[in-house]
Design a protein around this ligand. Structure first.
Ligand SMILES: NC(=O)C1=CN([C@@H]2O[C@H](COP(=O)(O)OP(=O)(O)OC[C@H]3O[C@@H](n4cnc5c(N)ncnc54)[C@H](OP(=O)(O)O)[C@@H]3O)[C@@H](O)[C@H]2O)C=CC1
Ligand SMILES: N[C@@H](CC=O)C(=O)O
Length: 810
């Protein structure tokens, strides 16, 4: 024998009931079937509303009743072809009388409320059984109230097992090939109609399965089964094919509304497998729930959540060591009918913290304040505090038991995304680790935990890009080219959520189509950096990375705030790393404190691995004595290409066109850009240095340094062409090359133009190349050399991309 339970949506319409009939036709003939049905969807709520309206003398309940009768009669007629709704009308006559009584007395007792609510299942079971008969199935309708016997506690009665078992055992021989039972309803031993509480139809089915000795219990609903997480919040959630009863219980308790938790116990007691199936996708995948098994199963089977939670905190020095405090707390909550979702108490016993539904917060606060009124007055305990706007996230899995590192991974994952945990609970069964977090962080927490624990998924990185000039454009096109491959081969799903220039921004939470970003940005909103950050923080996406590809001081100033929100920053902009040492240290400190990253490899020599090499040397204990370097692609390009045949200013303009220069090339020619790079290297070698400690000898005539704007600068370069030609001729006469060299040795840092001879490692330095020589304890005879193109949009963009991937692989 099989027990099949069809929920409200499965019997919610004529079409849905048609599907139920198809399923039963397929399954009948093999085994005896016991079918339990809920009320048509929405009907129980309507009945509750009708009864409540009647109780407050709102006469509109009458028209609601008529509409409800109409709804059921219409369904009956369509499904049976019978135009005589006598049985339905009879029930509505009785229902109308009872509601009229409620109206007149202005009193709705739990007993009357149960009777009114019971009509939903009585109606649906009648209609369905008549339809099945019409479809030629051998069906009989049984009134559950005769067999499920409960206490006299109306509005969620407990089943009396002895009496229920006796009644059902007696019934068993009389069951039909298909026996239909209304779910949710029962009766007391003196034949008063009672109900089993919301979700009680599952429980009816589980009790029948247990007592009648069913081979399996099928819960038919409108989804395919239990999922790894709520798919409305976690798009990558997937179906769980097989879970244990205990896991299903945990998942159901924490938000997965597919199974009603108490219904699992009767099936578990008799070890009856439960299938959760979709009425609207009967042959599709489903979830099987059985007892625990031992094969190598993933530690975590799902991540569940409850959205609206409040934390009630009771604390005070006098609580320590006095056992009655917790007793009184829970007694008061229980008397106020408040369901406690989670409890935490640290061993200091100084405070107890309980998680409750947000809707219970006020009542809980009142109950506790009243219970501890004296102690609060005497300042023995503090006034209870309720914190609202919270949510629960819970990792669930039988196999996390005795596995080291699950909670570490959970809290590390949350922490890296700046999600603060307000309270934690884990029982000794180790099937569930629960954390309470701020509700606005819920979606981010679920998604990041899902990525972290379900390895089949790719990790999503959300990029917020500011600055889409030379480097920015190259970066976006590199991302566009690599997106699919990275997701497929490396499970890194890079998504650009926002792009902005100095005027506009465009956001798309689901990822901007990079083939169209320029048009989208053109049509984007007028934007400021403040507005950009507000929108970005409101989105509150996991693994958010801010990429600054401007040369702007204003943008560099927002890094601190971002890092403190656990948003990582990647940038080729050198401003932040070269401001006062205290500010640079503060950025570094924020990354440690808030688990964010600040990566700026492209600050020195574009895409060349200079800073990372330096960090590796430093962190592994090597000591850097000296650095000799050519750090400007622009200047190298200028001195490699200038021979006096074309004016010097033209070569500068060529470099700018090639995307080698700074947005303002005066920064390159003045030597300031090289000084910044040298300062960054010195700082990254562990030294506390400021910009004014670097000596610089400029090769520019003084007049050029005073230029007000770029146009005047080019004009001044032309006026001083003779100066540049003289420098060139002088070097040529010695068969030397001109290089702007940056050096750091014995506590002295310098930047200046030098003539290098053929024997010098800097002599053969092509085009826009950079070179860095590190002299260290470990590299004594020969320095460690990093050499290659040190400027240009493509190489810089690839260095930025590499930093993003470093964050992704963290
Ligand atoms: N080129 C190279 O080889 C290398 C460059 N870098 C660094 O890369 C960065 C970018 O250089 P590059 O692409 O050549 O510069 P571009 O001038 O080509 O682009 C700058 C971008 O930043 C935007 N921008 C400027 N100010 C703001 C602001 N306040 N708010 C928002 N957006 C702003 C600009 O917008 P709009 O168009 O509206 O003004 C533009 O989109 C610089 O910091 C540079 O030092 C580092 C290593 C090598
Ligand atoms: N202007 C710079 C570009 C990178 O920082 C250079 O030429 O090296």
């Amino acid at each position: 024998m099989k027990v099949l339970k069809f929920g409200g949506t499965s019997v919610g319409s004529v079409e849905a009931i048609g599907k139920v009939a198809e399923i039963l036709k397929k399954e009948s003939g093999q085994e005896q079937l016991v079918v339990v049905v809920s009320a048509m969807s929405g009907v129980t709520n309507t009945l509750i509303s009708i009864s409540q309206k009647a109780a407050v003398r709102d006469a509109s309940y009458e028209s609601d009743l008529q509409a409800l009768e109409e709804k059921h009669c219409t369904a009956f007629k369509k499904l049976t072809g019978n135009s005589n709704c006598f049985e339905i009308s009879k029930l509505f006559v009785r229902l109308t009388e009872i509601c009229r009584g409620v109206y007149l007395l202005r009193e709705l007792t739990p007993r009357t409320s149960d009777y009114i609510q019971s009509c939903g299942e009585r109606l649906s079971s009648y209609i369905i059984s008549e339809h099945l008969k019409k479809e030629g199935l051998q069906v009989e309708l049984f009134d559950s109230r005769k067999y499920l016997i409960t206490h006299k506690k109306f509005g969620g009665a407990n089943v009396l097992w002895q009496s229920t078992k006796a009644a059902l055992q007696e019934l068993k021989p009389q069951l039909a090939p298909i026996s239909v039972f209304p779910g949710f309803i029962a009766s007391t031993s003196d034949n008063e109609t009672s109900t089993l509480g919301r979700g009680g139809s599952d429980y009816t089915a589980a009790v029948l399965a247990n007592v009648l000795g069913a081979s399996q219990l099928e819960i038919w609903t409108d989804v395919n089964g239990l999922m790894t997480a709520d798919p409305r919040l976690v798009p990558s959630a997937h179906l769980l094919e097989h879970v244990s009863y205990e896991e299903a219980l945990e998942l159901s308790h924490f938000g997965a509304k597919v199974l009603y938790p108490p219904s699992i116990q009767p099936a578990l007691d008799a070890e009856i497998p439960i299938w959760v199936k979709n009425t609207f996708d009967a042959d599709g995948p489903s979830t099987l729930v059985t007892k625990e098994w031992d094969d190598d199963k993933q530690a975590i089977c799902g991540i569940s959540n409850i959205q609206d939670i409040a934390l009630l905190n009771l604390s005070g020095a006098s609580m320590v060591g006095i056992p009655s405090f917790s007793f009184r707390l829970f007694k008061a909550l229980s008397e106020a009918k408040i369901n406690v979702i989670m409890i935490t108490q640290a061993t200091s016993e100084h405070s107890i913290c309980v998680g409750i539904s947000k809707s219970d917060a006020q009542a809980a606060l009142e109950a506790i304040s009243e219970e501890f009124e004296t102690e609060i007055l005497l300042h023995k305990i503090d006034k209870p505090i309720v914190e609202e706007d919270l949510s629960v996230v819970a990792l669930v899995g039988s196999h996390m038991k005795n596995q080291v590192g699950i909670s570490g991974k959970m809290f590390n994952t949350l922490g890296r995304n700046g999600i603060s945990v307000k309270a934690i609970a884990q029982g000794s069964s180790e099937r569930n680790i629960t954390a309470i977090i701020a509700k606005p962080d819920l979606k981010k927490a679920l998604n990041t935990l899902h990525e972290s624990f379900f390895l089949s998924e790719s990790k999503k990185i959300n990029l917020f890009v500011v600055g889409v000039g030379n480097v920015g454009k190259a970066f976006l096109s590199q991302v566009q080219r690599q997106q699919t491959m990275l997701a497929k081969e490396f499970r890194v799903d890079i998504q650009v959520v926002a792009v902005a220039n100095s005027r506009k921004s465009h956001f798309d939470e689901d990822g901007i189509d990079l083939a169209q970003w320029e048009q989208l940005l053109d049509k984007g909103n007028d934007s400021t950096i403040e507005a950009f950050i507000t929108q970005m923080t409101e989105l509150n996406l996991r693994n958010s990375v801010f990429i600054d590809m401007t040369a702007s001081k204003t943008i560099a100033e927002v890094y601190q705030e971002l890092l403190e929100m656990s948003i990582s920053v990647v940038t080729p902009n050198k401003i932040a790393a070269t401001r006062e040492m205290s500010k640079y240290l503060s950025l570094k400190y924020a990354t440690k404190k808030y688990g964010s990253q600040f990566l700026f490899e492209t600050n020195v020599a574009a895409g060349l691995p200079v800073i990372s090499t330096m960090n590796d040397l430093f962190k592994s204990g090597d000591r850097i004595h000296a650095i000799h370097a050519v750090l400007s692609g622009t200047l190298n390009y200028l001195f490699n290409n200038y021979d006096g045949t074309k004016p010097f200013s033209n070569i500068v303009k060529d470099a700018k066109k090639l995307g080698l220069t700074e947005p303002d090339p005066r920064l390159d020619l003045s030597g300031e850009d090289v000084m910044r790079k040298l300062l960054i290297l010195i700082r990254e070698s562990g030294r506390k240095w400021e910009m004014d400690q670097i000596e610089q000898v400029s090769f520019l005539p003084e007049a050029c340094e005073q230029a007000k704007d770029l146009e005047e600068f080019y004009a001044l370069l032309d006026q001083n062409e003779g100066h540049f030609k003289a420098i060139y001729d002088d070097a040529k006469a010695e068969e030397a090359q001109l290089r702007v060299v940056a050096s750091f040795k014995d506590g002295v840092a310098k930047v200046g133009l030098e003539k290098v001879q053929k024997s010098h490692p800097f002599y053969f330095l092509e085009g826009k190349d950079n070179i860095v020589l590190f002299h260290t304890d470990r590299y004594q005879e020969q320095p460690l050399v990093v050499k290659g193109a040190g400027a240009g949009a493509e190489v810089t963009a690839s260095g930025i991309f590499a930093d993003v991937l470093r964050i992704a692989n963290q």
